[in-house]
Design a protein around this ligand. Structure first.
Ligand SMILES: [Zn+2]
Length: 347
C-alpha cells in the first residue's frame, strides 16, 4: 500500500534474535510457512510467515516495533484519494454497512457498540444512525481526523483498547472489520474484549483466511497477507480456538465477502503479470506517478487485456470457494455466554 510519504528507515527488528513463541497458544515450536520479500517502501526486506506446530496459527517474523508499524497507517491506508468512481463506491459502502447491520441484529438487536480499529468510522456512524450507542476506537490519528470530521452522534476515541477504562460487562457488541490480523497479541486482546462485554453480548471479527482458496491459489502474492502489517494470519480453526479460549462461544462462521474476496483474488492474480506488486490498487489510488512511463504502459495494457477476462472468473471462484467453506475472507460471530469464564489476563 502507500508508503510514498515515508522515508526509508532501518527496520528495528525483533529485540531478541530468536523466533517468538506463538502469540495464540504460546507454543515454542514453529515451521516456515512462507518466505516473503517486500521489495519497496520503508519496510523493504525479508520476512517469514511461520506456522505454530501446536495450534496452526500463522504469524509474521520479524514482528516490527510498534512505532514503525504505526507509520504504515497513514491517511492513504484508510481511504482512496481521487477514486474515480466515488458515487458508486459510496453506494457500495452504504450497502456493506447495511448488510453488516442485518447480520448482527439477528443476534443482538440494539445497545452499545464498540468498533475497534474503526478507521474512517463509516460503520460506527451507520450504527449510531440506527439508534446504537456507538463508539469507534483507532490508533491512527489520520483515521480519527477523518472519522470526527463527519456529523454524527457516534463517539470516537484515539488509542488502543488498553488505553481506555471501559466498564467491564458494559458492551453489547464488539466488532473488528479486517482488524484482528493487525493485533500481535490476540490472547490478551480477546480476553480484554470478553471482559468488557455483557453476558449475551456478541463479538464479530472479519479477517483474511490463510487457508482459503484465494490464499492457496496466489501464494506469496495474496493481497490478504499484507506483510508486515498483518501480524497474525487466521484460519477458521485458529480464530475459533482463540475465541473459545478467551471464553466465547462461536455461533457462526461466514465465508462470503463480496467486499474483499473477488477484488483480492483479482489483485493477487494480476500481480503475476505486473512488473510491481499492488499496481492495481496503486492505480486505483492514482499513486503511479513514480512508475516509469514504459513500465506503467505495460502494466496498464496487461490490466486492459487480462482484467475483463479475470474479473468474472475471480467472482465465480470466490463465490464457489465460499460455498465450499474455504472463502478468502471469513466473518466469525461469537457470544459471551452468561456464565462464561473470565480469563485471567495481565493488564
Ligand atoms: Zn500456537
Amino acid at each position: 500500500m502507500a508508503h510514498r510519504s515515508l522515508e526509508a528507515v532501518d527496520i528495528p527488528r525483533a529485540e531478541a534474535p530468536e523466533i517468538r513463541s506463538c502469540p495464540l497458544c504460546e507454543g515454542d515450536d514453529s515451521r516456515l510457512f512462507l518466505p516473503i520479500t517486500v521489495s519497496r517502501g520503508p519496510v523493504a526486506g525479508s520476512f517469514e510467515l511461520r506456522q505454530c506446530t501446536a495450534c496452526g496459527l500463522v504469524f509474521v517474523e520479524p514482528r516490527l516495533a510498534d512505532p514503525l508499524l504505526a507509520t504504515l497507517y497513514d491517511q492513504d491506508f484508510y481511504f482512496s484519494t481521487g477514486w474515480p468512481y466515488r458515487g458508486f463506491a459510496e453506494w457500495v459502502m452504504r450497502e456493506i454497512q447495511r448488510t453488516r447491520q442485518r447480520r448482527i441484529q439477528r443476534y443482538v438487536p440494539s445497545g452499545g457498540l464498540l468498533d475497534i480499529g474503526c478507521g474512517g468510522g463509516r460503520f460506527v456512524r451507520h450504527m449510531a444512525g440506527q439508534g446504537w450507542r456507538a463508539t469507534g476506537i483507532d490508533f491512527s490519528a489520520a483515521a480519527l481526523t477523518l472519522a470526527q470530521s463527519q456529523d454524527s452522534t457516534a463517539r470516537f476515541l484515539y488509542g488502543s483498547l488498553f488505553d481506555h477504562d471501559f466498564e467491564p460487562g458494559s458492551v453489547d457488541l464488539v466488532t473488528l472489520w479486517q482488524v484482528l490480523e493487525h493485533i500481535g497479541e490476540p490472547r490478551e486482546f480477546l480476553g480484554r474484549c470478553h471482559e468488557l462485554m455483557r453476558p449475551g453480548g456478541v463479538f464479530v471479527a472479519a479477517v483474511p483466511n490463510i487457508e482459503g482458496l484465494s490464499a492457496r491459489l496466489t501464494g506469496e502474492r495474496w493481497w490478504g497477507l499484507d506483510v508486515p502489517r498483518h501480524l497474525v494470519h487466521y484460519s477458521p480453526r485458529t480464530l475459533c480456538r482463540g475465541l473459545e479460549e478467551a471464553g466465547f462461544t462461536v455461533i457462526k462462521v461466514n465465508h462470503l465477502s463480496l467486499q474483499y474476496d473477488p477484488y483480492a483474488l483479482l489483485h493477487s492474480s494480476l500481480d503475476w503479470v505486473f512488473t510491481r506488486r499492488h499496481f492495481l490498487s496503486d492505480l486505483a489510488k492514482q499513486q503511479v506517478a513514480e512508475v516509469p512511463p514504459l513500465e506503467c504502459a505495460y502494466n496498464v495494457a496487461a490490466l486492459a487485456v487480462l482484467g475483463p477476462a479475470l474479473a468474472p472468473l475471480c467472482l465465480v471462484t470466490s463465490a464457489a470457494a465460499s460455498c465450499f467453506g474455504c472463502g478468502g475472507f471469513i466473518e466469525v460471530f461469537a457470544r459471551r455466554e452468561g456464565r462464561g469464564r473470565v480469563p485471567a489476563i495481565a493488564h
